[in-house]
Write a protein that binds this ligand. Structure first.
Ligand code: BES
Ligand code: MN
Ligand code: ZN
Length: 507
C-alpha cells in the first residue's frame, strides 16, 4: 500500500473513491425517534453530494455502516463512500480507526484499488490524532492472511491518500501522517510473522527475519542458539527447547538512538514459542493448529522496536525474544523434572523450578528472557505473551491481561491505551498467588492449580523481574481474531504493538 497526504479541497480530488465519515447526531431516545446522520465534513460540495441519500433515512451512520454512491454530483471523485462512526457522542479516534479499516475492507473484494480518506475534524476527533488513527486502521484493514493460497488474488489497496481536514495545522498533520504510516505498518509486520505456519517460521527463521529487519534499520541484532544458552545457564529456556528437533533462538535486537547515552533502557521481552504442542503434557488435538501463534508476543516486540527506530523515539530499548518449539520427544522435559533458571547475578544463583506441567512453557522461556534483559542493563521491563487460557476465561476475547509491580510504570501503559485504543485490564499480583506456586522440592513450580491461573503465571514471572519496574501482558485471548470484523480479517491481531510504542514514547 502506497500512502500519500493531501491538503487539496475534497471536491477537486480526482480519485476512484472518496471516503467521508458520518455520525448519528440524534440525542433523544424513545419510540419513534429516528437517527440523524450528519457528515463530519465542512466541504460544501461533499455535503451537497451526500444530501439526498442522507435524507432518505436508509443510512443511519451506525458504527462501520457503509453506503456507496456512484458519480457523485459536483465532485471529481468517481465514487463517494460514506462510513458511519455511530453516535456522535461516542465518535472518537478509536471508532475512526475501525471505520477506516471497514472502508478498506469494503473496497478490497470490489476491486477498487485506490481511495482517499477525508479526515473529519471535531472536538472529539482532533486532526492529528484522527490522521494517525485513520492511517493505522486503513493499513490494518488492508491485511489479509491468505498468503499461501495458490490462486491468491492480491486485493491490496494500491494507493491510500489521506485528505487532511481544512483546519489542520500542516506541520502537525505531516507528523501525524508519518507516525500513522509507521505504526500501522509495524502492526502488520507483527501480523505477518504471527500468521506464518510453524513449519515455515521455526525459531531459526524467526531469528533470520529479526536479523533482516534489524539490518534494514541499522539496528544491532544477535541470534544465539543452544551453545550460548548453555553458557548463559538458561536452564528454564533449555528445558523447553530440549524436546524439539528445531534448535532454539535467543534473539536480541538493540535500539540505541544517537546521542542517548543515559536514562532508561527498556527491556522488551517476548514469548516466541513457534509451536506449542504442550510437550509431554500434550494438548488435545482440537484447535492445536492455532498454537502456531504462540510467538505473537515475540513478534510484537520485534514490531515495537522496529517502530521505535523508525519513529526515532529518543529512548534506548533492547528486545529479547526467547524462541523455541514446545514438543514431546524422548528427550523432552517431563513433569517432575527440576530445572535451574539463569543466575540472577554474580553471586545470585538461578531459581530452581519444578516442572508440573510441560504445557506451562511460556513462563519458563520468559523467566530466562527477563533475567537476561536485566543482565543487559534493562531498567524497565515489559513482556508480552500468549500465556494462559485462564486469562482468556477471565477476560474473554475482549480485554488482554495487564499486570505490574510498579504503579507508575503501569500508569504510563494505561495512558498509552488512550492513544492506541487497545484494551487491557489490570489483574492482581500478590503474595497469596506466590504461595500457590511454592514447590516442595525446589523454589517454585510452573503451575499453581486450577484457580487464578493468570495471576499465578504472572507471579511466577515476577520472581524473575524482582523489583525492576515491570509490566506483563497476557494476550492469550486476543492475539488471534476468531471472527472476522468489518475492520479486521480473521487471523493475527497484532495487539500490543501500538500500546508498547506509546508506552515507550513516555520515557
Ligand atoms: N500457549 C498457551 C496458552 C494459550 C491458550 C494461548 C489458548 C492462546 C490460546 C500456554 O503455553 C499454555 O498452554 N498454558 C496453559 C498453562 C497451564 C498448563 C497452567 C493453559 O493456559 O492451559
Ligand atoms: Mn503451553
Ligand atoms: Zn504456550
Amino acid at each position: 500500500m502506497r500512502t500519500e497526504l493531501t491538503f487539496a479541497p475534497l471536491a477537486t480530488i480526482d480519485t476512484e473513491l472518496l471516503a467521508v465519515f458520518a455520525a448519528d447526531t440524534q440525542t433523544e431516545k424513545g419510540p419513534g425517534v429516528k437517527p440523524a446522520p450528519a457528515l463530519l465534513s465542512a466541504d460544501e460540495a461533499v455535503l451537497a453530494a451526500a444530501q439526498s441519500v442522507l435524507a432518505t433515512g436508509e443510512f443511519k451512520a451506525a458504527a462501520n455502516e457503509i453506503v456507496l454512491l456512484h458519480a457523485p454530483a459536483g465532485l471529481s471523485a468517481k465514487r463517494l463512500l460514506i462510513v458511519g462512526l455511530g453516535k456522535q457522542s461516542k465518535a472518537t479516534i478509536h471508532e475512526l480507526r475501525k471505520a477506516s479499516g471497514a472502508a478498506v475492507r469494503y473496497l478490497k473484494p470490489r476491486g477498487i484499488r485506490e481511495l482517499v480518506l477525508a479526515i473529519p475534524s471535531s472536538e472529539s476527533l482532533p486532526p492529528a490524532g484522527s490522521i494517525r488513527a485513520a492511517l493505522e486502521g486503513a493499513q490494518v484493514g488492508d491485511f489479509d492472511p491468505d498468503t499461501y493460497k495458490s490462486d491468491r488474488k492480491d486485493q491490496s489497496i494500491q494507493t491510500l491518500t489521506i485528505a487532511a481536514p481544512a483546519d489542520a495545522d500542516q506541520t502537525e498533520a505531516r507528523t501525524a501522517y508519518r507516525e500513522g504510516v509507521i505504526v500501522g505498518d509495524c502492526q502488520n509486520f507483527a501480523r505477518a510473522l504471527i500468521n506464518e505456519p510453524g513449519n515455515v517460521l521455526t525459531p531459526t527463521e524467526l531469528g533470520r527475519r529479526a536479523a533482516a529487519m534489524a539490518a534494514d534499520l541499522g539496528l544491532k541484532c544477535e541470534v544465539y542458539s543452544t551453545e550460548k544458552l548453555v553458557e548463559l545457564k538458561m536452564g528454564a529456556f533449555l528445558g523447553v527447547a530440549q524436546g524439539s528437533a528445531e534448535p532454539p533462538a535467543l534473539i536480541v535486537v538493540r535500539y540505541e538512538p544517537e546521542g542517548v547515552t543515559e536514562g532508561p533502557i527498556l527491556g522488551l521481552v517476548g514469548k516466541g514459542i513457534t509451536f506449542d504442542s504442550g510437550g509431554i503434557s500434550l494438548k488435545p488435538g482440537d484447535g492445536m493448529e492455532k498454537m502456531k501463534y504462540d510467538m505473537a508476543g515475540g513478534a510484537s516486540m520485534l514490531a515495537a522496536i522496529r517502530a521505535l527506530a523508525l519513529l526515532q523515539v529518543p529512548v534506548r530499548a533492547i528486545a529479547v525474544i526467547t524462541a523455541t518449539e514446545n514438543m514431546p520427544d524422548g528427550r523432552a522435559q517431563k513433569p517432575g523434572d527440576v530445572r535451574t533458571a539463569m543466575p540472577m547475578g554474580e553471586d545470585k544463583p538461578g531459581k530452581t523450578i519444578e516442572i508440573i506441567n510441560t504445557d506451562a512453557e511460556g513462563r519458563l522461556v520468559l523467566a530466562d528472557g527477563l533475567v537476561y534483559a536485566r543482565s543487559l542493563g534493562a531498567t524497565h521491563l515489559i513482556d508480552a505473551a500468549t500465556l494462559t487460557g485462564a486469562c482468556m476465561v477471565a477476560l474473554g476475547m475482549v480485554n488482554a491481561g495487564l499486570f505490574s509491580n510498579d504503579d507508575e510504570t503501569c500508569a504510563k501503559f494505561q495512558r498509552a491505551l488512550e492513544v492506541s485504543g487497545e484494551k487491557f485490564w489490570r489483574l492482581p499480583l500478590g503474595d497469596e498467588y506466590m504461595d500457590m506456586i511454592k514447590s516442595d522440592i525446589g523454589d517454585i513450580k510452573n503451575t499453581g492449580g486450577r484457580y487464578g491461573g493468570a495471576s499465578t503465571a504472572a507471579e511466577f514471572l515476577h520472581v524473575f523481574a524482582e523489583d525492576t519496574p515491570w509490566i506483563h501482558l497476557d494476550i492469550a485471548g486476543v492475539a488471534w481474531v476468531e471472527t472476522a470484523q468489518p475492520w479486521i480479517a480473521k487471523g493475527p491481531a497484532g495487539i500490543t504493538v501500538r500500546s508498547i510504542i506509546e508506552w515507550a514514547r513516555q520515557f
